[in-house]
Design a protein around this ligand. Structure first.
Ligand SMILES: NC(=O)c1ccc[n+]([C@@H]2O[C@H](COP(=O)([O-])OP(=O)(O)OC[C@H]3O[C@@H](n4cnc5c(N)ncnc54)[C@H](O)[C@@H]3O)[C@@H](O)[C@H]2O)c1
Length: 473
């Protein structure tokens, strides 16, 4: 099958720069680079996971003085706090890790690099040329004097996670480390199973690691607004007070997830809520909206710090995808009627929200839920905004309606609350003409890297089957 890669993949570190890790990294078997019937095995034997915590910079000394451009701000933590960023090589995680490092937190990235593997398997690539995690971190250290520790491995391997926890002793864990594409989870049975196994077991392991090795550690978990679905009433932040047959209670807001990926997030939320109650874990579930944009103050500092930007039919999200489509004169692909409305936020606000959550931790035993988005738009509204922004740059943007590959309401009521992060100090970057200009210009800069074959949706919710499927030609 084209989406399967063959056995034993190992990453050698580039030798051009000062070596930071001596060993080569062997991916755990579960990410199955084997030509078996399924791309991923759902049973991960701990002994088969050969990656141990490999630390880029294990020292806890005060970082060197920044060599350029970084100034402490009043929002810096008075005492540096150790924050583990799981999934720190990904889109949101990379930007967040740099932001927290700049703000004076001691940061460790934990990542299996499986997201880069998905790209190889599906034959897709980020619009932006992203450097290896090692080169990224070397560049960050060279520019700022700040070290970020690196643990490469799979959080579903509890032994690996234990090593990382014991070595780094995090005071907060930000958990981005999941398979995050709804279409990916709907490709075939094996991807559905992988997604739920990866996400649910990974999160369970994080909960056990906190219980065993860091009881006071605050879990900041990335959930998604997609957990709620599109109910015909206002969406509250996590809980709703209901009066039924004369009795009143405040209950978890009903969840109506619409893909195996979104369902994995619901399972995560339930497991976290339970362990807060049972073990006294302190947790914040950030139900994030769709993130757009690519630049943050930190990723802008050097080409090698550039973040990934997905535009393909599997990992590309609305708005980012539309801007890339506009840049290469591809019609904007609106699924169905285009009335699908969701919450959105700028990636600069993702990093801000996470920082706010860490700085204001949940109480022991508290399961706190924040809806993390700043504005809501329908797909048609986004298409209109990109069309207008394109006109200013002399691009004649067309829109086409394609059959909706998903099973979802295409016209519906949507009004989701999002006040808690604002109350804690979030200063939103609202979607503006200038942001759209810059995103479009960014897409134009890298348009030669666009593979037009990857643009159209290729995964159907209704046609998902048990047979492993090759997505691209
Ligand atoms: N991007 C969005 O618009 C968006 C919207 C809502 C919620 N979220 C949530 O935010 C989080 C991050 O999203 P993203 O867009 O940065 O995704 P991403 O795919 O770019 O990054 C996820 C990272 O986690 C790593 N990872 C996955 N499974 C792992 C495992 N078992 N062990 C260790 N590392 C693992 C991947 O290698 C990758 O680097 C996800 O949980 C996602 O559900 C994202």
């Amino acid at each position: 099958m084209a989406h399967l890669l063959s056995t034993s993949y190992s990453v050698k570190l580039s030798s051009g720069c000062k070596p930071l890790i001596q060993n080569s990294i062997v991916f755990p078997k579960f990410v199955s680079f084997q030509t078996s019937k399924t791309p991923f095995t759902s049973q991960r034997s701990q002994s088969s996971c050969t990656v141990r915590a490999t630390t880029l910079s294990a020292n806890r000394e005060a970082p060197n003085e920044p060599s350029q451009g970084i100034h402490q701000t009043s929002s810096e933590p008075s005492k540096s706090k150790r924050v583990m960023v799981i999934g720190g090589d990904g889109y949101c995680g990379w930007a967040t890790a740099l932001h927290l490092s700049k703000k004076g937190y001691e940061v460790a990235i934990v990542d299996s690099l499986v997201r880069r593997l998905f790209d190889h398997q599906l034959g897709i690539d980020s619009l932006t040329p992203i450097s290896s995690i090692h080169d990224r971190l070397r560049c960050w250290k060279a520019l700022t004097g700040k070290s970020i520790e690196l643990y490469i491995g799979d959080i579903c391997d509890f032994e690996f996670l234990t090593d990382a926890f014991k070595s780094f002793e995090p005071e907060a864990v930000v958990h981005f480390g999941e398979q995050r594409s709804a279409p990916y989870s709907m490709i075939d049975r094996s991807r559905a199973v992988f997604t739920q196994n990866n996400n649910v077991i990974g999160t369970l392991n994080v909960l056990f690691a906190i219980k065993e090795f860091g009881e006071q550690c605050h879990l900041v978990k990335l959930g998604t607004m997609g957990e709620y679905g599109t109910p015909n009433i206002d969406i509250e932040e996590g809980y709703i007070t209901i009066t039924h047959n004369g009795r009143t209670d405040t209950l978890p807001y009903p969840k109506q997830a619409s893909s195996f990926y979104h369902l994995s997030k619901v399972h995560d939320s339930n497991n976290i809520a339970f362990t807060c109650k049972a073990w006294g874990i302190r947790a914040t579930d950030l139900n994030q909206g769709v993130v757009y944009g690519v630049r943050t103050d930190e990723t802008e500092m050097h080409e090698e710090l550039i973040n990934r930007l997905d535009y393909d039919g599997v990992f590309g999200t609305a708005l980012n995808r539309f801007c890339v489509q506009a840049a290469v004169d591809h019609p904007l692909t609106v699924y169905g009627k285009g009335g699908q409305t969701r919450g959105y936020l700028d990636i600069r606000d993702t990093v801000q929200c996470v920082e706010i959550a860490i700085a204001n931790p949940a109480q022991a035993g508290e399961f706190r839920v924040f809806n993390q988005f700043t504005e809501q738009f329908s797909v048609n509204e986004l298409a209109a905004l990109v069309t207008k922004a394109g006109k200013k740059l002399g691009i004649d943007v067309q829109t086409t309606s394609v059959p909706n590959p998903r099973v979802e309401a295409e016209e519906h009521y949507y009004n989701a609350k999002h006040t808690k992060l604002i109350e804690l100090g979030l200063k939103p970057h609202l979607l503006s003409d200038s942001l759209l200009d810059s995103l479009l210009n960014f897409a134009l800069k890298y348009k030669d890297r666009v593979d037009r074959k990857q643009i159209m949706p290729s995964v159907s919710w209704r046609k998902i089957g048990a047979k492993p499927k090759t997505v691209t030609a």
